[in-house]
Structure formats: structure tokens, C-alpha cells
Design a protein around this ligand. Structure first.
Ligand SMILES: NC(=O)c1ccc[n+]([C@@H]2O[C@H](COP(=O)([O-])OP(=O)(O)OC[C@H]3O[C@@H](n4cnc5c(N)ncnc54)[C@H](O)[C@@H]3O)[C@@H](O)[C@H]2O)c1
Length: 353
């Protein structure tokens, strides 16, 4: 953390999606690093949201606005004159993307373009990390982990909108903010693709760990949809550490690191949804699950692994937790931390770093 403080203390960080699950964790970490954070996102959806529980309004200048409001994005970003940008605001749920495809594309693609377009007008050095997902790669359902050079695809509107965002990032970086012209525009643009993130304080609907936590707290059986699916599970602190390292390295060498990076668990750390469920029950101490025979489910990928060699070599990053530790830290949070979220989350951050 001391190392990271060197880069972030007193620096201005523009963070979109600060009211979400990952955004709330990042807001707290950045405040501990001494950064001046301006958040831009929709309002939290309930009192239980981690951002509210952390008293997020006291940790940052919180702007509640829509990422689809092009003029507002530009105004808030340029008024702030950031040193770093993390763009995380998104419609982030696969199942919701089947219900609201148009809104998903508007938010995830045009929202990203509005951030990029505002950056074109920023006349000071700034390192920007735009967060997409592991699901941007065309999923061939193969054992081989996808490297950063794999072809983009995306079956469902969420994954596909994030792949479209990657293409937009690449086009803006080539056309307007090209690393070879860095001395003219001073912008370094990278994208970050992380795996399925778990951790305390996520209460989203239709996500595995929040569904598990809700069932365990209510002493009800956990209902699992796709028991045999394999995902790159990781604790939220691991990819956030990766994003922080990436932007810090971009500040040092803005040309070299203006590219895409994967952040995931070791590809050998393979767990199915069922494994994760069993680990959670073991850590909680009791519980049960059911796997109903659900008909006509929307398509979800069955097998997905990420290659993380680039982040290891270029950033000296590696996951600190394996998936079993990630579940343990997560379940501990839901059991012991949810009534004292600020202190408990702070302790986990301190212990991690
Ligand atoms: N959670 C995961 O497993 C995971 C994995 C890979 C990538 N990601 C990506 O990481 C980022 C954060 O994910 P999360 O899990 O914290 O999601 P989340 O749903 O908890 O938070 C989403 C955030 O985006 C904001 N947002 C949504 N629509 C908006 C709009 N129209 N205007 C302004 N703000 C809007 C919300 O207010 C919230 O702050 C997203 O870009 C997501 O796609 C998440």
C-alpha cells in the first residue's frame, strides 16, 4: 500500500461506477491511499449497498448522474482535471442484458465513448483504465485460457456490448490518442478485463455469491442455475490491485502500458459453480443447495479461462488469493462484516495489502 501511495496520494481520480460493488471497494481503497476522488454513477439502489454502508459520500465527491448524458460526463470530467480515470459504470449483469439489451448497449458502449471523447479534450497527463470484462472474448468453450490477443465476441448483449466497448477503446486509441503521439495529447488509455469477481458487499440479483449469501443468511437452500459452469473466480481485491498497479505503471510509462490487460486467477485454479457453492457452505458452517431443472434458461457461457501472463510480466501483478481463499474472505465478510461494513472492509483491505 505504501508503494501505491507514492502514485495516488494527493492525486485526482475520476471514478465512474463508484456506487457499485467494485466501485465502493475502490473508493475506499483510494481514500486510504490519500487520493482526491470524484465519483460519477447512478444512485445506490438500496440502503444495503456497500457504498451506503461505507458512508461513501464522505469518502469522495459523489456525482449522481447518467453516463449516457454526454455533456454531463464531459463537464464533470474536464472540471475535475483528473490525473487518473477508472471507468467502471456499466449495466453489468448478463441476465439483465437479455431484458434490457438497448439500455445495456447505450450504457456500456456509448458511455465508454463519452468518457473517451471527454479525454480527447483533457489537456494534461492522465492515465485511464477502462474496465470491460473477461466475457469480451469470443467464447469457444475450450480449455485454453484466452490471451489479450484473442478475438473479441460476446454471445449475450452484456458480453457483446463490452466487446463493442473494447473495439471503441481501440479505435479511439488508434485514431485520436495514439501512444506514438503521446507528447501531443498526454493521454494513456488501457482496458482491463477481469474474471468473475466475488467479495463482501455485493447484493446484486442473479449473481452467484450474492445469491449464496442471501440464502445462507435466511437459512434457505441455495438455488444454483448452472452447477457445472467454470468461471475465473477471484476476490475483488485482486483485480482492483491490478487496476491500481496498471494505472500507476501507465503514469510512469504511458506509452508502453496503453493496451489491454487480463486480470484473473491462475488458469489452473479451476472451480465450477457447484465447487464454489460447497466451499461457501463449508465456510459458513451449514447450508444446503438445490439445482432445479430450469427450462429455457438464457444462454450463459459454460467454460471460461483467462491467460494472465501479460499482467504478471509487465506489471509484476499476480493474484494473491486462490479461489478457496477468495470464498473464505467473502463468506467471512457476509457473516462477520455486514453489520460493521466500514471497519470490516477496511480491515480486509489492510490485511490484503
Ligand atoms: N462483478 C464482476 O464479476 C465483474 C467482472 C468483470 C467485469 N466487471 C465490470 O466491472 C465494472 C463494475 O462492476 P460491478 O460488479 O461493480 O457492477 P455494479 O452493477 O455493482 O455497479 C455498476 C455501477 O455502474 C453504475 N451505472 C450503471 N448504469 C449507469 C448509468 N447509466 N449511468 C451511470 N452509472 C451507471 C451503477 O450506478 C454502479 O455504480 C463493470 O464495468 C462491470 O462490467 C464486473
Amino acid at each position: 500500500m505504501l508503494d501505491l501511495k507514492r502514485y495516488y496520494e494527493g492525486k485526482r481520480v475520476f471514478l465512474t461506477g463508484h456506487t457499485g460493488f467494485k466501485g465502493a471497494w475502490l473508493t475506499l481503497i483510494l481514500s486510504k491511499l490519500g487520493a482526491d476522488v470524484k465519483g460519477y454513477a447512478l444512485a445506490p439502489t438500496s440502503e444495503a449497498d456497500l457504498f451506503v454502508q461505507l458512508n461513501g459520500d464522505s469518502l469522495c465527491n459523489s456525482v449522481i448522474a447518467d453516463i449516457r448524458d454526454r455533456d454531463r460526463v464531459k463537464k464533470e470530467l474536464l472540471d475535475f482535471q483528473p490525473d487518473f480515470v477508472y471507468h467502471m459504470a456499466a449495466q453489468a449483469l448478463v441476465l439483465d442484458s437479455y431484458h434490457f439489451p438497448v439500455e445495456t448497449y447505450e450504457t456500456n458502449v456509448m458511455g465508454t465513448i463519452y468518457v473517451l471523447d471527454a479525454l480527447r479534450q483533457l489537456e494534461k497527463p492522465c492515465a485511464s483504465v477502462l474496465i470491460t470484462t473477461d466475457k469480451v472474448y469470443e467464447n469457444l468453450e475450450i480449455e485454453d485460457p484466452y490471451p489479450e490477443t484473442a478475438r473479441f465476441g460476446g454471445y449475450d448483449p452484456y458480453s457483446n456490448s463490452k466487446a463493442c466497448a473494447e473495439l471503441a477503446i481501440s479505435s479511439y486509441r488508434n485514431s485520436f490518442l495514439n501512444p506514438k503521439d503521446y507528447k501531443k495529447h498526454h493521454q494513456s488509455i488501457a482496458s482491463a478485463r477481469s474474471g468473475n469477481v466475488i467479495g463482501g458487499g455485493d447484493w446484486s440479483g442473479n449473481r452467484l455469491v450474492p445469491d449464496i449469501a442471501r440464502a445462507l443468511i435466511a437459512s434457505e437452500p441455495i438455488v444454483i442455475r448452472s452447477p457445472n459452469s467454470i468461471r475465473p473466480w477471484q476476490h475483488v481485491l485482486d483485480p482492483l490491485h491490478g487496476y491500481l498497479l496498471l494505472a500507476a505503471k501507465m503514469a510512469e510509462d504511458p506509452i508502453r502500458h496503453a493496451t489491454g490487460y487480463n486480470f484473473g486467477p491462475e488458469p489452473s485454479d479451476v472451480r465450477t459453480v457447484l465447487d464454489m457453492c460447497e466451499l461457501a457452505i463449508e465456510n459458513w458452517g451449514e447450508g444446503s443447495f438445490t439445482t432445479p431443472n430450469l427450462q429455457n434458461q438464457p444462454h450463459e457461457a459454460g467454460l471460461l479461462k483467462l491467460a494472465i501472463d501479460k499482467a504478471k510480466t509487465e506489471l509484476n501483478w499476480k493474484p494473491r488469493f486462490d479461489s478457496a481463499e477468495a470464498v473464505q474472505w467473502t463468506i467471512n465478510w457476509y457473516r462477520d462484516g455486514r453489520d460493521d461494513a466500514l471497519n470490516y472492509t477496511s480491515r480486509q483491505i489492510k490485511a490484503f495489502f
